[in-house]
Design a protein around this ligand. Structure first.
Ligand SMILES: [Zn+2]
Length: 128
């Protein structure tokens, strides 16, 4: 599948919140990192990424992308891609802000950078 041709760019290794996705090449600001493919489900899981209302995708790479409050990438729901927010150097971990993309987090956790509990956008609707 040609949509998988991005794979050599990324490796999986120990990151800020457990295993994470690291780039092996330089990525320019605004570049598409990868396209998400996989099962679409209507409820979030601890590894899914929200791509619409009641639409969550389990992508092979996406499931491993860690959260950061100062991310270098974001989810583009329209074309189901990850896009870089700035230039990313080789060997940097790819991150996105779960709180900006996810309505609610299936498995809330404490952020390593700010010690806040990451719950998702609709925090108030969540019972913890
Ligand atoms: Zn944080």
């Amino acid at each position: 599948m040609e949509s998988r041709s991005f794979k050599p760019k990324f490796i999986l290794k120990e990151g800020i919140h457990g295993q994470g996705i690291f780039t092996t090449v330089k990525i320019n600001k605004g570049e598409i990192l990868f396209e998400m493919n996989g099962n679409i489900i209507n409820q979030p899981t601890r590894t899914s990424i929200q791509i619409g209302k009641n639409k969550h995708i389990e992508d092979d790479i996406g499931v491993h992308v860690n959260h950061s409050c100062t991310p270098n990438a974001k989810v583009n729901r329209k074309n189901r891609t990850f896009t870089s927010l700035r230039d990313i150097e080789p060997n940097e971990e790819i991150t996105f802000d779960y709180n900006k993309n996810e309505d609610r987090i299936a498995a809330p956790f404490t952020c390593h950078c700010c010690q806040k509990i990451i719950l998702g956008k609709l925090k108030s609707k969540i019972k913890v």
